[in-house]
Ligand binder design. Structure first.
Ligand SMILES: Cc1cc2nc3c(=O)[nH]c(=O)nc-3n(C[C@H](O)[C@H](O)[C@H](O)COP(=O)(O)O)c2cc1C
Length: 329
């Protein structure tokens, strides 16, 4: 825990990781997040080649080093790269060579077994967190020697878990005392505080960061996030083979008949050339709480205010302290 705390907590303003998002996370987004005092991350898959990955890492590392030099009093959080460690990822070895060359401080692994890379990352002083959607996978990741777990619960954007976040955190906390991250529909300071109250250390937030000035996505995606609420989401494996929350208006916009998938979790459908992520857009259950597109620095300032507000608000208001006897006082 100490190594993780030294790397993360001392350099963070709020316990948030801006989660890796396919086709969304960019160097600009990562740099802004880290400069604002939260971890920024991106999936290695967002770069098409190892040369591009090398370029992104150089850009991010040098921008953050410059910020630390020019503003030594500012908290600059470390950045993370997300890698799929499943055997189906044919790029893994070549991508990992680039990550190793750059001694990336924080590696987030998904799917598969992180064990083969854990020792190597530790050798350069980095840390590895593995993302899981079940308790069984959490146990396996611990056996593989990871430094932290990311619990992706029901309601998350992207490939969502199916377990209730309260149950997932509490069950994993019965056997894991190390760093714990919770993902799924957290999009304000109240959610960040609630995550800590539940027993997790960090919030993993994706969807909220799509509605920021820095996210280089179709402006219609951002507008759709502002206009959407829970009724606009459908959980389906139709587009990616794995259950994922998608925005219904984006499906309609791609020319797909919503009636074919609405209310059904799995359908075999001709997509007519449309692609998940590029044409059909994902969002988590927290979408209803997104009301503005703003620079990340403003968003973080607001989240800090909300977090402090939540920390001060009594959870169960009484005129006098709660008495433990039934007669009260
Ligand atoms: C558009 C989009 C793309 C995503 N792509 C990835 C990805 O490439 N790799 C990954 O591990 N998670 C991915 N995720 C999941 C996020 O890392 C994170 O778990 C999720 O966004 C958290 O839930 P929230 O969106 O409700 O905050 C994606 C999520 C979204 C919304």
């Amino acid at each position: 825990m100490k190594k993780v705390e030294e790397l993360l907590n001392e350099n963070m303003r709020l316990p948030i990781i801006c989660a890796p998002m396919f086709l969304v996370s960019s160097p600009n987004l990562v740099i802004s997040a880290c400069k604002s005092g939260i971890v920024g991350s991106f999936p290695a898959f967002n770069t098409r080649t190892q040369a591009a990955l090398n370029e992104w890492l150089t850009t991010i590392a040098s921008a953050l080093e410059a910020e630390k030099r020019e503003n030594p009093a500012t908290k600059v959080a470390p950045f993370a790269v997300n890698m799929v460690v499943h055997s189906s990822n044919k790029r893994l070895a070549a991508d990992f060579d680039v990550v190793k060359k750059h001694k990336v401080p924080f590696v987030i692994t998904s799917q598969g077994n992180p064990q083969p890379i854990v020792d190597e990352v530790h050798q350069w002083g980095g840390i590895v967190f593995h993302d899981v959607i079940t308790v069984a996978h959490a146990r396996k990741a611990i056996e593989a020697g990871v430094d932290g777990l990311i619990l992706v619960a029901a309601g998350a954007g992207g490939h969502a878990g199916e377990v209730n976040p309260v149950a997932l955190v509490r069950e994993v906390r019965e056997f894991w005392k190390g760093p714990l991250v919770l993902a799924g529909a957290i999009n304000d300071g109240y959610g960040v505080r609630a995550t800590e109250v539940l027993g997790a250390n960090y919030s993993y937030m994706g969807t909220r960061f799509i509605a920021t000035k820095e996210a280089e996505v179709d402006p219609d995606y951002k507008s759709m996030l502002l206009e959407s609420d829970l009724r606009d989401l459908v959980l389906t494996d139709t587009f990616t083979g794995v259950k994922c929350n998608f925005l219904k208006p984006s499906i309609a916009r791609a020319g797909i008949d919503l009636a074919m998938i609405d209310g059904k979790e799995s359908v075999d459908l001709d997509l007519g050339g449309s692609n998940a992520w590029k044409d059909m857009w994902s969002a988590g259950h927290g979408v209803s709480g997104i009301h503005s597109v703003e620079p990340i620095s403003h968003l973080i300032d607001r989240l800090i205010n909300e977090y402090n507000q939540a920390a001060q608000t009594p959870i169960f208001t009484h005129a006098s302290p709660i008495n433990s006897t039934r007669t009260g006082g």
